[in-house]
Design a protein around this ligand. Structure first.
Ligand code: 5GP
Ligand code: ZN
Length: 114
């Protein structure tokens, strides 16, 4: 846990969030500033700064994260499709340096992203 990390503080329940999934290694909660009707952030409970910091030992965690995203999208009724995004670094607009996957859906999504 990093005391100055917002998402570690959400994991520790020090900061409120609208949690939609809570399991031993993974937490999912609604984005405070949604970009679409469904916008959920799926994160490892352990602090990992970004997708660049993953290691060989994180294979099981990645499966857990992606299975959680499948469950979140199914529960939200996103049969028509959805997008999974993880921003890495400054140029991509990463603003919280704790690995998170955006699950976005519920409207038609443009491509390429801005
Ligand atoms: P990034 O820009 O790092 O890819 O995504 C960070 C996301 O975290 C943004 O979409 C932003 O709206 C969301 N966010 C920032 N602060 C909070 C917060 O306090 N609670 C929740 N639920 N989401 C937040
Ligand atoms: Zn963190």
């Amino acid at each position: 846990m990093s005391n100055d990390c917002l998402f570690c503080r959400i994991v520790a329940k020090e900061v409120d969030a609208d949690i939609v999934h809570d399991s031993s290694e993974v937490l999912a909660f609604r984005d405070i500033n949604p970009a679409a009707p469904t916008h959920v952030l799926v994160i490892p409970k352990r602090h990992i700064a970004s997708a660049n910091e993953l290691s060989d030992a994180d294979g099981h965690l990645l499966v857990d994260l992606f299975q959680t995203m499948a469950s979140v999208s199914a529960t939200a009724g996103l049969e028509g499709g959805h997008r999974i995004v993880t921003n890495v670094g400054h140029d991509a607009g990463q603003s919280v340096h704790h690995l998170h996957f955006h699950v976005v859906g519920g409207r038609s999504l443009g491509w390429p992203p801005g």
